[in-house]
Write a protein that binds this ligand. Structure first.
Ligand code: F6R
Length: 599
């Protein structure tokens, strides 16, 4: 995920030190390139693909004049591959202004076309680069820097946290819309960052910028204004956690932090891809994709569960599709032709089993599509088409937010491939982020975890879209608690697994809605309940399942994909809190790695 740092200090201060410390403080978010700009005249811009240490080596060789004002950035690629030229900051042609940006500018293509027609040459593939050019246009019209900055920001659609410095100026200008930005109020200067860890070693006094607000930061003062330019009253808050906890933003573990990042991850995944009016999913990435015959999705682990969600929807919407564990995929036994479509679902884009399957598919001449989180990953580079899930980097070994974003992305892919157009579906996708937030705000998963921390084993059952969620609930629990857990299709329980259940094996049952699937799953619950087995129902209260449950984990009453994504969050929290109760190494479970690059 991209990170921003800015510093404005008194003349004798050295911004470069602060910026490099800030970039180091942002490294935990994951990034593929880094850069800084100092407000000298002309502006000094240095950026490098790779780690902050590569940037530091380049800076050590540069003959830099000391400067007290600057901005810095760690980039997680969204538009264009990781490279020196795509790294931030970006400048206008004359080098009057340098800009760093987090988020996605949705209308950048039209702005880029307009600016190009006006003779502007672009140096990068990024959406961000339109911003310094728009600001420079304002300067050329005779506007002061602040007005030029505001005028440029007004033209942007999408999400952004943006900071800009001007040649020879002692001021940093910033704006935010749906992407976090926080100011640090220090004794010797002021700070600006996407996240507190970037400056926590300098100050714990912060002001959080709200959507639509602008900040003008000088060595002596900070002014926050609204869209109309009116000054906004703000409160300075004190950060209670220290530098050591900083990367986790105060959470005990990355896993918990990433679980809480899901509403935002989903919003990013959907951004610019839904048309509310027509009910169409607008995945430009698939505009020229053609195929015939069954669609094969290949994936491992959690990504395989997401692939199952995709296949369930494709099948419901009339497309012949199947999900295969990538390690079991064999191009010789799966009939592939030049018109077949093989979809690799992989958060990292590097999983060896998935890459082997995709390479085999490529060799067989099939069309390949990667649904991945990592721009420039092997899957992204080697497949014919890519849909990014835009979850931001996931540090914890256990996949959480990437699973939520994969489900949302694959729902869109399934709709695009099946030609489905439905306002109800668009609304369902839109409702996911708030539904997750509601679960996060109200969940009693911790009490449930305390009640069952010593259970012998944990079983998870679900039907339809809840079946892959049941499998995922079990996988999450087993990988971070080291306890036995299994997921089953609810109807399968009576065909064998029922022999396993007892008083020490709680069954987590996913039941939402009041339709046929819910009724049947309640029937399956009665089978276990009658044998004295504790039941935890994950439900939206639409059926009478609570009558048969010892504990209830509530989800908002929503249909389809929104319901199953929200239900999964309750299971993530149960797994997390059981592991917490048992004192496990949650972010780095034993024997496991984040990216599995061996077959
Ligand atoms: C489980 C988990 C793994 C991954 C699997 C595939 O929490 O993270 O099961 O889902 O190793 O990884 P990617 O999606 O990177 O291909």
């Amino acid at each position: 995920m991209c990170g921003i740092i800015g510093f404005v200090g008194p003349q004798e201060s050295d911004a470069l030190d602060v910026l490099l410390d800030g970039l180091a403080g942002l490294e935990y978010r994951g990034y593929d390139s880094a850069g800084i700009a100092l407000a000298n005249s002309p502006i000094d811009v240095h950026k490098r693909q790779g780690e902050v240490s590569s940037l530091e080596s380049a800076l050590a060789e540069a003959d830099l004049a000391s400067e007290s004002v600057g901005i810095g950035h760690t980039r997680w690629s969204t538009h264009g591959p990781p490279s020196d030229y795509n790294a931030h900051p970006h400048t206008d042609a004359e080098g009057q202004v340098a800009v760093v940006h987090n988020g996605i500018i949705e209308n950048y293509q039209s702005l880029r076309t307009e600016l190009s027609e006006g003779g502007i040459h672009f140096e990068s593939d990024t959406d961000t680069e339109v911003v310094p050019h728009l600001i420079a246009q304002g300067l050329d019209q005779g506007l002061e820097p602040e007005s030029a900055f505001r005028q440029a920001i007004e033209r942007l659609e999408g999400s952004y946290a943006i900071a800009a410095v001007f040649e020879g100026s002692d001021t940093v200008y910033a704006a935010r819309h749906e992407s976090p930005l926080v100011l640090g109020i220090g004794q010797d200067g002021h700070y600006l960052a996407s996240d507190v860890p970037a400056f926590i070693e300098y100050t714990d006094q912060v002001i959080y910028l709200e959507d639509g607000e602008f900040a003008t930061i000088t060595p002596d003062h900070v002014r926050i204004t609204d869209a109309a330019g009116e000054t906004v009253e703000t409160t300075v808050e004190t950060i209670e956690w220290d530098a050591e906890d900083a990367g986790k933003s105060g959470y005990d573990h990355y896993m918990l932090k990433e679980i809480h990042e899901q509403p935002n991850a989903i919003r990013e995944c959907l951004r610019g891809r839904l048309n509310e009016l027509t009910g169409r999913i607008e995945l430009e990435e698939l505009a020229d994709l053609t195929w015939e015959g069954p669609v094969t999705l290949v994936a491992c682990g959690t990504s395989y569960h997401a692939a199952m969600v995709g296949v369930t929807l494709l099948n419901r919407w009339g497309v012949d599709a199947r999900a295969m564990l990538a390690s079991e995929f064999d191009a010789a036994s799966v009939p592939l032709t030049e018109s077949s479509l093989v979809v690799g679902v992989t958060q990292s884009g590097e999983t060896a089993d998935t890459m082997r399957a995709l390479r085999e598919a490529n060799r067989a001449g099939a069309t390949t599509l990667a649904v991945t989180n990592v721009v420039g990953s092997s899957a992204a580079r080697e497949c014919d088409h890519v849909v990014y899930i835009r979850a931001g980097p996931e540090i914890s070994v256990a996949a959480t937010k990437s699973f939520a974003s994969q489900q949302a992305a694959l729902t869109m892919v399934a709709a695009a491939l099946s030609g489905r157009r439905s306002r109800e579906l668009v609304q369902s996708l839109r409702s996911i982020a708030d539904a997750i937030q509601q679960v996060l705000d109200t969940s009693c998963a911790r009490e449930v975890a305390q009640a069952y921390r010593d259970a012998d084993a944990y079983f998870f059952i679900g039907r339809g879209l809840h079946y892959p969620v049941a499998l995922e609930g079990a996988l999450k629990l087993k990988e971070i608690t080291y306890k036995h857990a299994e997921g089953f299709a609810a109807g399968e329980l009576k065909h064998g697994p029922l022999a396993l259940v007892g008083e020490q094996t709680p069954v987590f049952a996913l039941v939402t809605g009041d339709g046929d699937r819910a009724e049947k799953t309640i029937g399956n619950i009665k089978e276990v309940e009658a044998r004295g087995v504790p039941v935890v129902a994950v439900t939206d209260g639409q059926s009478d399942v609570e009558r048969y449950a010892d504990h209830v984990l509530e989800v908002p009453a929503l249909k389809g994909i929104a319901s199953s994504v929200a239900a999964n969050v309750q299971l993530q929290l149960v797994a997390y809190w059981v592991a917490h109760e048992l004192g496990r190494s949650i972010d780095k479970p034993r024997h496991l790695a984040k990216s599995v690059t061996v077959e």
